[in-house]
Design a binder for this molecule. Sequence first.
Ligand code: SAH
Length: 253
Amino acid sequence: MDEPSLAARIRVVLVGTQHPGNIGSAARAMKTMGLSRLALVAPERYPHADADALAAGAGDVLAAATLHADLAAAVADCTLVLGCTARSRRVPLPEHGPREAAAMALDEAAGGGEVALVFGRERTGLENDELQLCHAAVHIPANPDYSSLNLAAAVQVLAWELRSAMLGRAPAAQVEPRDPPASHAQLEGLFAQLAETLDAIDFHKGRAPESAMRKLRRLFLRSRLDAREVRLLRGVLADAQRMARLAGGGEHP
Ligand code: SAH
């Protein structure tokens, strides 16, 4: 797959951006590196003259940006969601450096997947429930005493790593085609049914369900299920739910 078609499968998602100038600078950072798909999740002030001013020649990237109410909506069709975080190892997710993340993103795009690189708010970054939607975290190993880059600067580092990896990509490095990977929405459907099933089989026995669900989410996100595997697991869960109903019916005739 050539460079523009790989880039077309990779989007930058900015969540809850506070300064509109950063949205413009991020668009410029993207365009200089050959990326054009920008998704904005609930920006605080947008559209805004500062965004246009700082985008400079990347006004087309801004004009084509999509707006979303929440992160789940912005990544619903994605098969790989990478959450960029200024704070290292604070999240229970596999963590990668920017170079490794760029290689993962390109492999995914070359295999026909859709990739999101997600960036958080200037003041508070990404919230925990937003990180839970991600397959992995990306941390730029900056100065440990001051590791928080400006939002658009962080976009620039990731966009450069993607470009550098695209330019260095030998045709032989293309990955084997595989079954279509599960989309984010398909995985969320699986997680919802899993939560219902755990309740139905009384798995939690009075314990709070959140901790088990967090670990199970992590396990399934890490294993990169394809769409067929999600259907298989949902079939297993449907049978478990049916058996639980039968067993429940037996107790209370
Ligand atoms: N005070 C916030 C910093 C947010 S900086 C915090 O502690 O989380 C805004 C965004 O830029 C972050 O959410 C992240 O997506 C990105 N970013 C900044 N520095 C980064 C770093 N060292 N590695 C990866 N992403 C970073």
